[in-house]
Structures are given as structure tokens and as C-alpha cells.
Design a protein around this ligand. Structure first.
Ligand code: E4P
Ligand code: PEP
Length: 342
């Protein structure tokens, strides 16, 4: 049999499409002065909260995933009102998650598949993500996202104030390298089983300089040499059991101190901390807030999965407006009530 391209190389690549460059997207949707100020001030406030020079609690609230720009904008307007009204106690940032790490398979988020039909038009997905981030930043509300694909940040990171590395990727060297070069604070989730070891090692790694392959603004393959990200920290998201309670938090502080890492902790009220039951999120948030009020200065923030309409829905041709198509969320009324009561 003659050796052909298909028998020796790219055997399992079915198709290859060109993607626009980060530069091309930024020319189409440039960073405005107002949006840049939101990001600069957002990052500075979060860094000050992590350092303890700003005593407010960081609140990261928003949908499990963004799938529809209209409902995301409506949510952003509601959250911006609370961001302004509660700014003496909280620094509120919107969860704008465009990339979903799946346990096995499933919809991978707006960037990967913006039409939610398997057409995977990532040129459109990146454009929609940047359009929404620009709109929210123009509104004056900072945003938070999960950095999953290591190339994506070149397209959108200038509009983001805080990033997370998820429970499924915290142990990955690629993600630790990426985090070491990101311009905003990055939180590492504990592992899905609840263990903290991978997150502790991730923080040590991400705070250190790395050299790795990535792309530049023009889309060329490049060697990236990073400084290390001093604002790498842990996010407790629970595992087999919740880990938001005072004993688990004390254990986390001890583990961080043992590894010479500053105890800076964000607690995710969803996922393993609510056993994926959205109705438990308010109770978790209240417990965490009580720990902060009782003097725990290592807890820096709380994450909530929240949307306009509570719960979640299966993918269909008739999606309910404002409801999650990934994990279930608390609804807007509960979110507002909860944040005011905290
Ligand atoms: O928050 C998101 C989900 O928990 C995560 O993407 C995993 O989802 P899955 O288990 O439904 O794939
Ligand atoms: C995927 C997420 O969380 P985790 O990595 O904790 O499962 C998420 O916050 O959307």
C-alpha cells in the first residue's frame, strides 16, 4: 500500500478550518476606554481583596454557562444594580462562562458551539463571547470566566477581571502554564473528588515562571515566557462531600500554610458544595458569610451559579429564556434576596 498523507498523518483529523486571529477579532471589536477601565479597576479591586487591603467580600455570580446573549445582558443589568448598591460590603463580578469542561461528552459552551447544534462555529463563538464581554464591561460590571482552552485567552482575556481553572484541569501542566501568564487573578478549583493536593500544587506552579508554546496576537505559533501569576489562589468547590464548613476551611488554610502559600480562599456554593442541588446554594453562602463575620479573613469570596430563571433545562428547539442549559442555578429573585440578606 502506498503511503499517503491520510495513512501516516492526521489520521483522525476529519477537517481543518482556519480560525481568525486574535488581532482580527480585536480590530472588529476593540477594547474601548470605558471597558478597559472596568477591567483595570476590577482586577485591582480583586487583587486588593486577595491581599486583604480591601475588606469587602468578592461575589462571583452568574449563569453556569452563557448560551444566549440577550438573557446574559438582562442578567448583567440586574447584577450591575446590585454591584452598585452593595458596593460598601461586596465587590460583585459576573460569571460569564463560555467554555464548559464535560465529565464525558456534552455541549462545550458558547465559544465551541454558539449555534448549539454541533456545527462548532468557533469564529462566531469567539465573536459572540467578545461582543458580550465588551457590552458588560461598557456597562461597568467586571467579569469572571473559566480559562479552559489555552489559546482562547488571546481572544478575550483583555476583557476579563478574574479567571478560574476548573476541577477537571487543575492538575494539568498546560493549564498551570497558561495561568502563570494570565493578566488577572486565577483561582484553581479543588479536584472533583474533593482533594486539595492538585490545587495546592497548581498554585505553586502557576506562581512560577514557565516557557511553553502558544500563539501571539497575530495568530503565529510562539514561545511564551511567563513571569508567574502572584494572584493564583484556591477555590473550594466540594467533592464527594462539601468543603465549605469551618473545619474544612481550617484544613485548607493549614494545607496552604504548609506549602508556603498565602491563605486566600474563594468558596463555590455550587457543584460539590451543594451536591449539585441549586436550592442548597443560599444555605452554603450564608454559612460562609457567617464564617467571614466571625473573623475568618482567609475567605475572600463566594461564587454562586445564578440565572434569571431557577433550575436548568435539557437542550431542545424551544429553550426557556433565561434558564441554564448546563448546571442548575438559583433564580434572580433568590439571588437578589440572598445578596441583600448577606
Ligand atoms: O459546571 C459545570 C459542570 O458541572 C461541568 O461542566 C461538568 O458537567 P457534566 O458533568 O454535566 O459534563
Ligand atoms: C465547571 C465548573 O466547576 P468545576 O470545575 O468545579 O466542576 C464551573 O464552575 O462551571
Amino acid at each position: 500500500m502506498a503511503l499517503t498523507h491520510n495513512t501516516i498523518n492526521n489520521v483522525n483529523i476529519n477537517r481543518l478550518d482556519l480560525l481568525m486571529t486574535p488581532e482580527a477579532l480585536k480590530i472588529k471589536l476593540p477594547l474601548t476606554e470605558k471597558a478597559a477601565n472596568t477591567v483595570i479597576q476590577g482586577r485591582a479591586s480583586i487583587q486588593n481583596i486577595l491581599d486583604g487591603t480591601d475588606e469587602r467580600t468578592l461575589i462571583i455570580a452568574g449563569p453556569c454557562s452563557i448560551h444566549d446573549l440577550d438573557s446574559a445582558k438582562e442578567y448583567a443589568k440586574c447584577l450591575k444594580r446590585l454591584h452598585d448598591e452593595l458596593s460598601d460590603k461586596f465587590f460583585i463580578v459576573m460569571r460569564t462562562y463560555f467554555e464548559k469542561p464535560r465529565t464525558n461528552v456534552g455541549w462545550k459552551g458558547l465559544i465551541n458551539d454558539p449555534n448549539i447544534d454541533g456545527s462548532n462555529d468557533m469564529n462566531l463563538g469567539l465573536t459572540k463571547a467578545r461582543e458580550l464581554l465588551s457590552w458588560i464591561a461598557e456597562l461597568g460590571l467586571p467579569t469572571a470566566t473559566e480559562a479552559l482552552d489555552p489559546v482562547t485567552p488571546q481572544y478575550i482575556a483583555d476583557l476579563i477581571s478574574w479567571s478560574a481553572v476548573g476541577a477537571r484541569t487543575t492538575e494539568s501542566q498546560t493549564h498551570r502554564e497558561m495561568a502563570s501568564g494570565l493578566s488577572m487573578p486565577v483561582g484553581f478549583k479543588n479536584s472533583t473528588d474533593g482533594s486539595l493536593t492538585a490545587a495546592v500544587n497548581a498554585i505553586i506552579s502557576a506562581q512560577s515562571p514557565h516557557t511553553f508554546i502558544g500563539i501571539d496576537n497575530g495568530g503565529h505559533t510562539a514561545l511564551l515566557h511567563t513571569n508567574g501569576n502572584p494572584y493564583s489562589h484556591i477555590i473550594l468547590r466540594g467533592g464527594k462531600q462539601p468543603n465549605y464548613d469551618a473545619d474544612s476551611v481550617s484544613q485548607c488554610i493549614a494545607d496552604l500554610k504548609q506549602a508556603n502559600i498565602k491563605p486566600q480562599i474563594i468558596i463555590d456554593a455550587s457543584h460539590g458544595n451543594s451536591s449539585k442541588d441549586f436550592t442548597k446554594q443560599p444555605g452554603v453562602a450564608r454559612d460562609v458569610m457567617a464564617q467571614i463575620k466571625a473573623g475568618n479573613t482567609s475567605i475572600k469570596g463566594i461564587m454562586l451559579e445564578s440565572h434569571l430563571v431557577e433550575g436548568n433545562q435539557k437542550l431542545s428547539n424551544q429553550l426557556q429564556y433565561g434558564q441554564s442549559i448546563t448546571d442548575s442555578c438559583i433564580g434572580w429573585e433568590t439571588t437578589e434576596e440572598l445578596l441583600r440578606s448577606l
